[in-house]
Design a protein around this ligand. Structure first.
Ligand SMILES: [Zn+2]
Ligand SMILES: [Zn+2]
Length: 137
């Protein structure tokens, strides 16, 4: 058994499957029921309209979607709902668009650097890496 602090209320609890204490899980379950009921009655709603009409934060609804608890087909994910945290482009999942995720992985901070990098790669053919592989074998 693992003891954790609840990320919502800070209370210590025994981690089982979800990173929430039983109290917050219960609250979240209630929210989930409300959202599910609303979507049942208003199929094709956007996340925003669900949030507005249920009073539940968009991020909570989005989290249910990400966790797969709500069928994304029953809620229209408006383009503006899931956006890249870096460039604001609409994305279908996660926090960053593919471009920014790649950029982050490579450690780039600016976009102009990317072009320069590509140029310099042309001047350095990677032939020697092939030789190295041969030597190792
Ligand atoms: Zn809690
Ligand atoms: Zn982006």
């Amino acid at each position: 058994m693992e003891i954790r602090n609840c990320p919502q209320c800070g209370k210590v609890f025994a981690y089982i499957r979800r990173n929430l204490c039983p109290d917050c899980m219960q609250k979240e379950e209630e929210l989930f029921q409300v959202i599910r009921d609303y979507i049942c009655n208003h199929p094709g709603s956007t996340v925003l309209s669900v949030a507005e009409n249920t009073g539940i934060k968009e991020e909570i609804i989005l989290r249910f979607l990400r966790e797969g608890r709500l069928e994304s087909s029953s809620v229209l994910l408006a383009d503006s709902q899931l956006t890249c945290e870096m460039c604001g482009r609409s994305i279908s999942s996660g926090k960053l668009c593919e471009k920014c995720a790649n950029k982050l992985r490579k450690g780039f901070t600016g976009e102009t650097k990317e072009d320069k990098k590509e140029e310099s790669q042309d001047h350095k053919p990677k032939v020697y890496t092939l030789d190295r592989i041969k030597d190792n074998r």
